[in-house]
Design a protein around this ligand. Structure first.
Ligand code: GLA
Length: 381
């Protein structure tokens, strides 16, 4: 893919491009907690979006997507382009301009090996590689945290998804062999070594594209905000579900819709599962960590209702298989992957069983993706 991008750039726009990469992510536990200002535990993966870029002295930026085999020429001082893929790049430039940056026109070619629509945050990877590259090429002096927020705001303002900060943060701050324990309220983070000896972390992609994700995502976010506002009427300083305990939620349960109650319960419990899970990882207790993953899946499926029958099917096989320590849907939901922690000895038979049963049930073969934790955004030589 990298060679292809370089060749395409040369062919279309000539020599002298700089090349950048920014990866997709996995998340071990802590789902739908980021925009509720809780904790997440993502890591960058070894699959990225790659982007070649060079200033062009013109007024139009010329963008070419290798994956879509399509070109769009954009006036970054004009209207948002119709193509969503071009809107990510346009949005990043607009967000940079809002922060006082001058971004002259450029040529760019991009593509990647992050599977699209699989819940591995290929869109965050595109936002982050764009932001990281433009920041370097034009010496804008933005730091990685700024770039993460620029990516997040691109989703909010140009794509229409009111996402949290997890995906962009992981894409920019990831490090090989480490997961990031991020507190989404303070934005403080710790990089923890993640090398489970004797276990494999594997993704099973349901191949269901998460099309419902953006509209339902915003609905979940709004439901959590309703819960916060109800509790905030009774207690001081309640700004997010991070400030709400299970006791408080139960005290005011009668005032809220049952659905809002369940959404809030899931988030509060998920934060606790993450805290307990991190301790389990520190203690090397992968069985306990895995049980938190199953708990996370149950909450996402029953209380938060962002799973689907295909993801539930895979997680259920995981739960019934000795040697599978944990399995849960990952990311926004409504499709995409199940992330599994599996004993080395069980790995082959588990994968075979899931593949064969899933194919029989849904007439689709799931894709197996071994997780390798890689580096965050960077320039490639
Ligand atoms: C998507 C969003 C993230 C996060 C996850 C769910 O990936 O982009 O901000 O909310 O869903 O944990």
């Amino acid at each position: 893919m990298i060679t292809k991008i370089q060749e395409e750039f040369k062919k279309r726009y000539g020599d002298g491009a700089l090349l950048y990469a920014s990866p997709g992510r996995v998340n071990l536990i802590g789902e739908h907690t980021d925009y509720n200002l809780g904790f997440v535990l993502p890591g960058a993966i070894d699959k990225s979006i790659y982007l070649a870029i060079k200033p062009n002295d013109g007024t139009l930026s010329r963008l070419y997507s290798v994956d879509y085999d399509a070109t769009v020429n954009v006036d970054m001082n004009g209207e948002q382009p119709q193509e969503q893929w071009a809107s990510y790049i346009y949005g990043v430039v607009q967000e940079m301009k809002k922060r006082g940056a001058t971004v002259p026109a450029f040529d760019c070619v991009f593509g990647g090996d992050v599977p699209l629509g699989a819940g591995l945050s290929s869109s965050a990877a595109l936002e982050c590689v764009t932001g990281f590259a433009i920041n370097e090429v034009y010496n804008l002096g933005l730091n990685r945290k700024d770039l993460a927020i620029i990516g997040q705001m691109t989703e909010h303002n140009y794509i229409g998804v009111k996402c949290g900060i997890m995906d962009q943060f992981a894409s920019l701050f990831g490090e090989k062999g480490k997961v990031i324990r991020l507190d989404c309220r303070s934005m403080e983070y710790v990089l923890e070594p993640f090398n489970p000896v004797g276990y494999k972390v594997v993704l099973i992609d349901s191949m269901v594209k998460h099309t419902l994700a953006s509209s339902e995502y915003n609905v979940r976010r709004a439901q959590c905000e309703v819960g916060v506002s109800i509790i905030g009427k009774h207690a001081e300083g309640i700004e997010s579900l991070r400030d709400v305990s299970m006791d408080m939620l139960n005290t005011y349960r009668a005032e809220m819709d049952e659905m809002v109650y369940r959404r809030c319960r899931y988030v509060i419990e998920e934060n606790q599962r993450l805290i307990d899970g991190c301790q389990a990882l520190k203690d090397g207790d992968y069985a306990l960590f895995g049980s938190k993953m199953f708990g996370s899946h149950d909450g996402l499926s029953k209380d938060y209702e962002v799973s689907c029958k295909e993801l539930d099917f895979i997680a259920t096989i995981g739960r019934k298989t000795d040697g599978v320590l944990g399995a849960r849907m990952m990311g926004g939901g409504f499709g995409g992957c199940v992330i599994n922690v599996v004993n080395d000895a069980t790995y082959d038979s588990y994968i075979d069983e899931v593949k064969s049963r899933y194919t029989t049930e849904f007439q689709v073969t799931p894709r197996i993706i071994d997780v390798v934790i890689g580096d965050g955004a960077r320039r490639l030589e």
